[in-house]
Design a protein around this ligand. Structure first.
Ligand SMILES: [Mg+2]
Length: 388
């Protein structure tokens, strides 16, 4: 199930007759994105042999339950994470529900990170079962990034009994796309000379930074593939996608200079704006807050990162500052949900007792989409807290 010549990503110092190509490749980075296959449900099938080969959903079959993760057998029936359990049972009558076991997931996550650490010093975890590794420095002394990825996957299988897939490329954007390409239990390399052309063939909905809402919007604008995206001038992207235009313009060409950053586990995303003059009219202030909520939403949607806590910050003309927060048991996963939360929070401090110079909206308490669904399955539908 492997896509590209094993020596496609050559390490520095290997003699090559075509020096220009060798130089180009050795000058570029080598990034591996490792992603466990159907992680939660695979753990379930590993630990209970009677579940192997059967459609498994992690979650609860309760009336308001939600599927947290689905095995590949269940996915064939259209069972996906975040699907209501009732719908899932309708699509797949033989579906077996198993409760989530976060202690085990965390333990396995620790094991795979021990494996990563043997092959790379620069590791950026994305979730319990996914990470970027920068193997440019070739810590393990293996000739190619391709073989390094193979070694990592073999060690994971040996030590956890679970399979992982890997994407190998010269940046994070392409490595992550590539790890999906030969799933499950496969790997795929995207070399510098094929990256830009490969991106053109893919649907934009698979791109990091293009969430479901953005993908819909792009479709309305006639952008469905990487090639469509590449064909749009920067000004067009700026007009329709604001500050995200630079990212879309770059990835359409296979360009992504973000480093693998071990400390880059984002805790919150926020936007704030200072008004031209201090505002007192409720409608003006609410409009400002909604604008910020829209900006934050673009970030959340683009990265499929949804948080449980919404916070509105207000700075008055005299620089006194207050914040109002609300947390829910489930992530705020819709644009309307975030707008509504932001509106309710700002309304709790209106009418303004003095002029407001700045408002901001922040989302925090990010939860893995999968974990969220499982954790909430048995919680009351809504809980509220106000913090000053
Ligand atoms: Mg995974």
């Amino acid at each position: 199930m492997e896509g590209v010549a094993p020596n496609a990503v050559k390490r520095r110092g290997v003699a090559k007759p075509l020096n220009c190509m060798a130089d180009h490749i050795s000058a570029s980075r080598k990034i591996i994105h490792v992603d466990m296959d159907a992680f939660f449900s695979s753990v379930g099938q590993r630990d209970d042999p009677s579940l192997r080969g059967r459609p498994v959903a992690v979650g609860y079959a309760a009336a308001r339950g939600v599927v947290a993760a689905a095995s590949y057998e269940a996915r064939k029936f259209g069972v996906r994470s975040a699907l209501p359990s009732v719908t899932a049972m309708g699509r797949c009558p033989d579906l077996v529900f198993v409760p989530p076991r976060f202690d085990v997931y965390k333990q396995v996550s620790g094991q795979i990170h021990e494996v990563f650490a043997r092959y790379a010093d620069l590791i950026q975890p994305l979730s319990l079962d996914e990470a970027y590794l920068d193997v440019t420095a070739n810590k393990a002394g293996i000739e190619t990034a391709w073989l390094t990825a193979k070694a990592i996957r073999a060690a994971i299988l040996e030590e956890t009994g679970l399979t992982a897939s890997a994407g190998i490329s010269y940046n994070k954007f392409l490595a992550k796309l590539a790890s999906d390409h030969r799933k499950p239990n496969g790997q795929f390399a995207v070399t510098p000379d094929m990256g830009a052309a490969w991106v053109e063939t893919l649907p934009v909905s698979r791109f990091h930074g293009v969430g479901p809402v953005t993908a819909e919007k792009m479709k309305r604008l006639g952008i469905e593939t990487g090639a469509d995206l590449r064909a749009k001038p920067f000004e067009f992207l700026q007009e329709h996608f604001g500050s995200s235009a630079g990212w879309y313009h770059a990835i359409a060409r296979g360009v992504d200079d973000r480093p693998v950053n071990p400390n880059r586990v984002r805790k919150s995303s926020g936007s704030e704006t200072t008004f031209d003059r201090d505002l007192v009219e409720a409608a003006d202030i609410e409009a400002g807050v909604l604008r910020m909520a829209d900006e934050v939403w673009r970030w959340c949607d683009g990265r499929c990162s949804f948080g449980r806590t919404a916070t509105v910050k207000v700075k008055y003309g005299d620089f006194q500052q207050i914040t109002r927060s609300r947390s829910q048991p489930t992530a705020v996963s819709t644009h309307d949900g975030l707008r509504q939360a932001a509106l309710e929070l700002i309304r709790s401090v209106l009418p303004a007792e003095k002029g407001i110079r700045l408002v901001g909206v922040t989302v925090s308490n990010f939860v893995e989409a999968q974990a969220t669904a499982a954790e909430i399955a048995e919680l009351p539908i809504f809980a509220e807290g106000i913090a000053a």
